[in-house]
Write a protein that binds this ligand. Structure first.
Ligand code: AMP
Ligand code: TRP
Length: 348
């Protein structure tokens, strides 16, 4: 695209939005790359809006009953990890129709050429892109709408979402230019910490994912202590001991992943972990990592299980969150319709 003119961004107050798909149980990757950082942002006192993006989930087939269950489980995971539904807004996407409405407008702003470059679509569509849903192709425009419908300025995500956030910026800039306004903020991705890309425990070159067919490849937030320890014990490694410097992890994807996970869980830097374990064999390091993972994740799992016993309470929290989200989104959506030339004579 041609280089657009960027307008000053001073008018936008700091606001965080992020989302997770309820397309399966959450993994350690979601926890370290997203959830843990969502909690940190909330605790820093920034306005935070967090969403279970059920409409993104259905871009690939979801069994309806499972989707409902996974959405509640996702909400329970957010709360168990430290999201306070009073301080943050927590809801599921489909309850606030403004997401879908703005997504349509963004479908008309985004260009086919931009969408064609999205690597997540290529990965998810696989060899048979002809059989992928139209929704999967338009997915990033809905994601841009999720963020822009709140005028959010910062988005904490894992590394894999970087390209989608660049597209979000392009859509906002093109909308502003096309209509000669400074209406949508140009969002800043927050991709921070030691574990922005947690890899599979079976293959250090593949992302840890809730959709990986092998359960051994990931740690689920619902795994019990024995399961977590067993998966770490069996995690793929190389025969070398841990190096003396972080640079020594280069070309050792499995070793690097386990060190990153340790750093992410303990809140240390990779250098600090390496300083502590330089020269250690995996026979020593893995039990330490398992102990740490169990210590950090078990309380979350226990709390999730407790919350899941009262699904009506979870639904109530999501409903209240949706009301609060809608109160922010509605005026922004109305203004968007006005800018784009739609008659809105039913309301004031
Ligand atoms: P998803 O599960 O695809 O909806 O992802 C929700 C959030 O978790 C996004 O911010 C992702 O970037 C993040 N995430 C998912 N998998 C990983 C991973 N393996 N490592 C780090 N972050 C991840
Ligand atoms: N696409 C994100 C993922 O799969 C989920 C998502 C949807 C999201 N809408 C969002 C993340 C808005 C951040 C902001 O990980």
């Amino acid at each position: 695209m041609s280089e657009p003119v960027q307008t000053p961004q001073t008018q936008f107050q700091p606001r965080i939005f992020s989302g997770i798909q309820p397309s399966g149980g959450l993994t350690l990757g979601n926890y370290l790359g997203a959830l843990k950082r969502f909690v940190e942002k909330q605790d820093e006192g920034i306005e935070t809006i967090y969403c279970l993006v059920d409409m993104h989930a259905i871009t690939v087939w979801q069994d309806p009953e499972k989707l409902r269950q996974q959405t509640r489980e996702g909400a329970a995971a957010f709360i168990a990890a430290g999201i306070d539904p009073k301080r943050s807004i927590l809801f599921n996407q489909s309850q606030v129709s403004a997401h879908a409405e703005l997504a349509w407008i963004f479908n008309c702003v985004a260009r086919m050429g931009w969408m064609n470059r999205m690597t997540q679509f290529k990965d998810k569509a696989g060899k048979n892109a002809e059989a992928a849903s139209l929704g999967l192709y338009a997915y990033p425009a809905l994601m841009a709408a999720d963020i822009m419908v709140y005028h959010a300025t910062m988005v904490p995500v894992g590394e894999d979402q970087k390209q989608h956030l660049e597209l979000t910026r392009d859509i906002a800039i093109k909308f502003n230019n096309d209509f000669g306004v400074n209406f949508f903020p140009v969002v800043e991705p927050l991709i921070e910490g030691a574990a922005t890309r947690v890899m599979s425990l079976r293959d250090g070159t593949k992302k840890m994912s809730k959709s990986d067919p092998s359960d051994q490849s990931r740690i689920n937030l619902t795994d019990d202590a024995d399961m977590i320890a067993a998966k770490i014990r069996k995690a793929k490694t190389d025969p070398e001991p841990l190096p003396d410097t972080a640079a020594g992890l280069k070309d050792r994807p499995e070793a690097k992943n386990l060190v990153n996970i340790y750093a992410g869980l303990s809140g240390q830097s990779v250098d600090q972990v390496i300083a502590e374990y330089a020269g250690a064999q995996f026979g020593t390091f893995k039990p330490k990592l398992a102990e740490l993972a169990v210590a950090k994740l078990s309380p979350i799992t226990t709390e999730m299980n407790r919350l899941m016993k009262d699904p009506a309470e979870i639904d109530r929290i999501l409903g209240q969150g949706a009301d609060r989200a809608e109160a922010i989104a509605c005026p922004i959506m109305e203004k968007t319709y006005e800018i784009t030339g739609m008659i809105r004579s039913r309301r004031g």
